[in-house]
Design a protein around this ligand. Sequence first.
Ligand code: CTP
Ligand SMILES: C[C@](O)(CO)[C@H](O)COP(=O)(O)O
Length: 370
Amino acid sequence: MNKTVTAVIVAAGSSRRMGFDKLSCRISGGTVLEMSLRAFDRHPLVRDIVLVTGENEDPARAAAAACEKPVTLVRGGATRAISVRNGVSAASGELVAIHDAARPFVSEAVITQALEVAASTGAAAPAVPVKDTIKQAEDGRVKGTPSRETLFAVQTPQCFDRALYLELLAHAADDSITDDCQLFEQAGRTVVLTAGDYANYKITTPEDLKGETSMRIGHGYDVHKLVEGRRLILGGVDISYEKGLLGHSDADVLAHAVMDAVLGAAALGDIGKHFPDTDPAYKGADSLELARHVARLMVGQGWKIENIDSTILCQAPKLAPHIPAMRRNLAEAFGISEEQVSVKATTEEKLGFTGAGEGIAVHAVALITR
Ligand SMILES: Nc1ccn([C@@H]2O[C@H](COP(=O)(O)OP(=O)(O)OP(=O)(O)O)[C@@H](O)[C@H]2O)c(=O)n1
Ligand SMILES: C[C@](O)(CO)[C@H](O)COP(=O)(O)O
């Protein structure tokens, strides 16, 4: 094959079905975007790359900087078809290999075969036979069962003669097509299917990242002063004592350290950033309510809390009788089970400020996965 090839990698999607930015998700070897880009950067038949990005170009710039081949960044559009159009318009190779950035496991062999067949026929795409029986249905009722012999799941890179692709694109009105072969199909042109690979699946929903778990830990530390005339609240438990903790919120030092550990694991800052003590909204705030907010934030980014461990440094009062209730409260606030939450307490043998009863400190760690 002696034709020049530009890889057009589309990475301007919205990850709506995943619920968080799937292309920045770390899998073994790098992020999803980095892995897809690397497959083409290392491919011997690819001369250069056009990377189609969304509004936030930072991840694309970082991934492009690690490439050896020239990478041109182009802005995508509202649909995949528009993103592809923008990418192919910026390409200069005789052939284009249009690839979903969401398919990071593409092999050299899959790319090579699609390119070689496209070089001789004008259009080729990798595909695999479907494994399930497929039903056609309307309103939840089966209308028919197409023969499985005729059904293939098409993958990327879909490879085309660039001049021919642009010629067909000039007459195409439909920006809603979901793959690139359709441009050729609609014009009555042949597209040859080449050998795909079941491993070259598109990362679309959270199940597609199972077995590619990203694991992070975080640490939190907080201190509050013990003063007269305040309530002593730890892990949401109101403890009867001669002094209480001073703070803008309810000063629940345990909940605060745990929130910082959870936020820290996801590199989402700390409670000072999310709930500033200059904001009157948080005056006297119930810290478990803030913890529920943090838990929602984590879920929104696809993170799951695996476990929390904490140590309260407190000379008095004795905390052991209250620990089961603290674990229960924290578990409820973070949406996990009690056995995932550990709370321990120790004195510092009358040493330092906790030993002198001047304040209470808490260390916490959290492990999160997605
Ligand atoms: N407007 C769009 C839509 C999709 N894509 C890219 O096309 C590929 C396949 O799309 P899909 O995996 O469905 O991505 P998303 O649009 O991100 O997913 P969703 O539909 O769940 O939002 C992805 O690499 C995606 O970044 C794109 O560049 N521009
Ligand atoms: C191009 C594609 O990956 C081929 O399987 C697929 O059609 C993309 O579709 P989506 O609607 O963007 O998921």
